[in-house]
Design a protein around this ligand. Structure first.
Ligand SMILES: [Zn+2]
Length: 229
């Protein structure tokens, strides 16, 4: 979905604007009406500070609404990206490579749509190419494009897998995400150390148990390659 934001320019939009210089689409119009101005968003933060029991006028909190709205621009940057466009550039010179392509341990930073608390974990994205492959950094960017939105892990997993499957049209697509939800580690049931695992298997990964087994062993394989980063 592409469209224009509802209100005049504000600095949040300008930050998105910088992203577009790399050829990204404009942000989707939020469903349910126009986007508030940055000033309105900062006022909402002051309201939440008062709700928490503190005084937004005290010195240490004066710049907080500005910082929070800037942080939101990062946490929710996914709304400015078109996930389909990210995968449209593919490479067909693969010398017939038709085995599993797996990008493992992609860091996931998302925000739970029920409590607006962080979801942090890793994603594994795999596909079985049919005639074409995509640059691997695109798979990592695709994860971000869906993660940097209000999410639930189940939907995030399905959206990534469905997009890879629809755009690349591979023989199979698989996405596995393991993540901790701060809405259950720092509040509510308070269960630190608990992670949730979700997966979506499409095509050969769904239909062929041995292909699925091969994928799962690749995900759990302890690589001897070390990384500089
Ligand atoms: Zn939650």
């Amino acid at each position: 979905m592409r469209g224009c934001v509802g209100r005049g320019p504000n600095s949040l939009e300008l930050e998105h604007e910088m992203t577009f210089s790399m050829g990204e689409p404009r942000p989707a119009t939020p469903a349910g009406g126009g986007r508030p101005s940055r000033e309105e968003a900062e006022e909402a933060v002051r309201t939440l500070i008062r709700w928490a029991g503190d005084d937004p006028a005290r010195e240490g909190l004066l710049e907080t609404p500005k910082r929070v709205t800037s942080a939101y621009a990062e946490w929710f940057a996914g709304y400015a990206h078109d996930p389909v466009a990210m995968l449209e550039r593919t490479f067909e010179e693969t010398d017939g490579y038709d085995e599993i392509v797996l990008l493992r341990n992609i860091r996931v930073e998302s925000i739970c749509e029920h409590h607006m608390a962080p979801i942090v974990g890793v994603a594994h994205v795999a596909y079985l190419p049919y005639r074409r492959v995509v640059g691997i950094s695109k798979l990592a960017r695709l994860v971000d494009a869906f993660a940097k939105r209000l999410q639930i892990q189940e939907k995030l997993t399905a959206q990534i897998a469905n997009t890879v499957h629809d755009v690349l049209q591979p023989r199979g697509t698989a996405v596995v995400i393991e993540a901790a939800h701060q809405c259950m580690t720092t509040r509510g049931v308070h269960k630190p150390g608990v992670t949730m695992v979700t997966s979506r298997m499409l095509g050969a990964f769904r239909d062929n148990p041995s292909t699925r087994r091969e994928l799962l062993s690749m995900i759990s394989y302890r690589a001897s390659v070390t990384h500089d980063d």
